[in-house]
Design a protein around this ligand. Structure first.
Ligand SMILES: [Zn+2]
Ligand SMILES: [Zn+2]
Length: 337
């Protein structure tokens, strides 16, 4: 079978690999049909992730078809179309047993710290596989993973209908949070410096979409929600923008942190005390793929975020062109025959 293998920084080669085999009764073989390129993949491609060794098959946002079942598999059937939860944990530690696999101290993301989906077949545990309606396009289903992140963020924030939310950054994650939030009746202001991305945000129902290259964010939030916002997410993930979200928060607001910036933010305790703010982290997703399958079946996840599709053979070009168009493209999908 063919695999797109990152053999060195900035270099993905199509290599012939041996077919994987089902080794455990709980495993499923999936014929991969569509895989999204994530910001994480772009970082790994450029060689800036120190926790990733080459050679590596990336890809954690995937959809495919079940082609073989282990003897004990009950959750899915042959020919089912499935999305895949890339959170792989030890399943034995206290945190895993409490159900929080996404924050297990040895958690791995499929396609990041282990080989992933840019290959024709994968063998995975049935617990990570979720069937959805066969009428949904595989490329649309590959958007499921970013939506699992959005579902996790909304739950962590305890966002409710009628609340005001500020999202900084209208990339894939920002736009997925926006759509999920609008779906439950939350009012959303979203900001970015790309007019193209803001145009998507307006299409997805943003109540305000602010270009912070031109407009002042504080003034916009003041117009949007004069007491400050109830829920805030920095979907860019920088220490500086995290500080900003605290400033824009209303009393009793929830600030969700999803960034991997290791630079310190400067926060005065009084800023949190005076407004009784709640600061919560959100990492990947904690069992949100049932929700994702539901959203796929209901048509809530659409192809509008897909900027471009490439075949596996064109994966090198796909990565290069995605990097060159990062200001305007939302999601690139690799499709398989
Ligand atoms: Zn991703
Ligand atoms: Zn664990």
């Amino acid at each position: 079978m063919k695999a797109g293998v990152l053999t060195a920084a900035n270099k993905i080669e199509i290599l012939e690999k041996e077919m994987p085999r089902i080794m455990k009764p709980s495993e499923v073989m999936i014929r991969v049909k569509a895989v999204g390129i994530c910001g994480t993949d772009l970082h790994i491609f450029k060689g800036t992730r120190t926790d990733v060794q080459f050679p590596r098959v990336m890809g954690h946002e995937l959809a495919g078809e079940v082609v073989e079942l282990g003897a004990n598999v009950k959750k899915v059937a042959l020919n089912d179309h499935v999305v895949f939860d890339p959170v792989i944990a030890c399943n034995t530690c206290k945190i895993c047993l409490k159900g929080h696999k996404n924050v297990c101290s040895s958690v791995k993301c499929f396609g990041v710290q282990m080989d992933g989906g840019f290959q024709e077949y994968i063998v995975v545990e049935e617990e990570n596989v979720y069937a959805y309606d066969k009428l949904v396009d595989f490329s649309v289903a590959a958007l499921g993973e970013p939506f699992s992140i959005a579902a996790n963020i909304l739950e962590r924030a305890g966002a409710k209908a009628g609340e005001n939310m500020v999202i900084i950054g209208a990339g894939t994650i920002g736009l997925a949070i926006l759509q999920a939030a609008k779906g439950i009746g939350v009012k959303v202001l979203i900001s970015d410096i790309s007019e193209t991305k803001l145009q998507y945000a307006r299409e997805f129902g943003a109540d305000m979409a602010i270009n912070t290259g031109i407009d002042n964010l504080e003034a916009a939030v003041e117009r949007f929600s004069p007491e400050g916002a109830d829920v805030l997410v920095d979907a860019v993930g920088s220490a500086q923008l995290f500080e900003k979200t605290l400033e824009l928060a209303a009393p009793t607001a929830r600030v969700v942190v999803i960034g991997f910036d290791s630079n310190p933010a400067s926060i005065s305790p009084i800023a949190i005390t005076k407004k009784e703010l709640t600061i919560v982290g959100s990492r990947m997703n904690c069992r949100k793929f049932d929700k994702v399958a539901e959203w796929l079946n209901q048509g809530i996840i659409t192809d509008k975020m897909i900027s471009r599709k490439y075949r596996l053979e064109e994966i090198q070009k796909a990565f290069e062109e995605t990097l060159n168009n990062s200001g305007s493209w939302i999601k690139t999908i690799i499709v398989f025959d």
